[in-house]
Design a protein around this ligand. Structure first.
Ligand code: NAI
Length: 349
């Protein structure tokens, strides 16, 4: 019998194991998946021994050293089970190890979560929930504001950003947007980044984390924003300089922050720290604010998205070994990382 291809699956959670087991229980794939709850790092890379594939998520840091160690172990493929790839040194990986991702699994999941956070924040649902659980039916301090007629600035008008725009239009909001690569004839009202900062009552981020977008929310941009602005970040934590955000909240410039991601999330998110002392003072202070809502990188977490992640990841692995079109490969060489020309046996090298 042909030996099964082994996959070392890092940062595995209960819901990952469930969705991947379901998707893998199929004549199509049937890989031998070894699940590890630890993240992939230089300290844990040996767990991949004997595996041709590692499957990783947003907080597995795949830098040069980890890539070298993976190659040394005989690993051929890094299969990201997420869309963002800022945690992988794709440039260094070129020519050494192939990298593939799941470009889209449910943009609705993330866009709907962004709106859920916004509504929770502006209608104080998080406060009301706790009060009524304790039979406190007072409304004092729960005054919100209508979204209808307010201006929302959307940064990044890709798959998620466009769905979020449609949702906001449904609420009767006035939508302005910024994208480095605006979509022609889309009917989207594009403005400059300064235009976003100066005119928005609510700003939502749906662009990738790059050198250019890192700390796009900083002291300078916050100074330009309207007093009382609500910031939503379901994209990547480092888009926002957390200390500047905290300062903006303390000095009452920022009206509320809805965060699904946090700059330094990799050591805390996805783990239960209740009963422990969290060392991150900025995070602790942000969480203590009544106008900050934080979910721990949860926006993607719907049944539909998990099922799509599992089936696309397994198909990506199959495409790699079958030498069929390897469409989700991330390739540094072709100019646009997400658009490999697949010139070598339908792969980038
Ligand atoms: P996408 O690739 O469809 O859209 C990204 C958009 O950002 C594109 O229109 C692109 O032109 C634009 N962009 C690129 N550089 C920019 C810049 N410097 N300034 C402004 N815009 C820029 O990606 P998609 O699927 O809409 O995802 C957006 C982001 O959401 C991902 O990069 C990822 O970080 C995040 N995400 C978060 C999840 C969560 O669970 N919280 C789940 C999935 C994605």
């Amino acid at each position: 019998m042909e030996e099964k291809i082994k996959v070392a699956f890092f940062d595995a959670k209960e819901y990952d194991i469930k969705s991947f087991t379901e998707a893998n229980d199929d004549d199509l794939y049937n890989y031998k998946i070894k699940y590890f709850d630890t993240k992939l790092s230089l300290d844990t890379v040996e767990l991949a021994h004997g595996c041709k594939v590692v499957c990783v998520f947003v907080n597995d840091m795949i830098n040069k050293e980890v890539i070298d160690a993976l190659v040394e172990q005989g690993v051929e493929l890094i299969a990201l089970r997420c869309a963002g790839y800022n945690n992988v040194d794709v440039e260094y990986a070129y020519g050494k190890i192939h990298v593939v991702r799941v470009p889209a699994y449910s943009p609705y999941a993330v866009a709907e979560h962004a709106m859920a956070l916004l509504l929770t924040s502006v209608r104080r649902i998080h406060k009301a929930y706790i009060r009524t659980k304790d039979f406190n039916f007072s409304l004092n301090g729960l005054t919100g504001f209508d979204l209808h007629g307010k201006t929302v600035g959307v940064v990044g008008t890709g798959k998620i950003g466009r769905i979020f725009i449609d949702i906001c239009k449904g609420f009767g909001m006035n939508v302005i947007a910024y994208d480095k690569f605006p979509i022609p004839d889309s009917g989207i009202n594009y403005v400059s980044l300064e235009g976003i900062w100066e005119n928005s009552d609510v700003i939502s981020f749906h662009c990738p984390l790059t050198d250019e977008t890192k700390h796009v929310v900083n002291q300078g941009s916050i100074d330009m924003m309207k007093k009382g602005v609500v910031l939503i970040n379901t994209s990547r934590g480092a888009l926002i300089d957390s200390e500047a955000l905290l300062e903006g909240i303390k000095n009452r410039k920022i009206g509320a922050a809805c965060l699904d991601v946090y700059e330094e999330e990799s050591d805390v998110f996805f783990h239960d720290f209740s009963g422990h002392i969290v060392d991150d003072d900025v995070l602790a202070r942000l969480i203590s604010m009544p106008n900050v809502i934080l979910t721990s990188h949860q926006a993607f977490l719907t049944k539909e998205a998990l099922s799509n992640i599992a089936s696309t990841t397994l198909k990506n692995i199959k495409d790699y070994f079958n030498e069929t079109s390897f469409e989700n490969e991330l390739c540094y060489k072709c100019g646009k990382i997400e658009n490999c020309k697949q010139e070598h046996k339908k792969k980038c090298f």
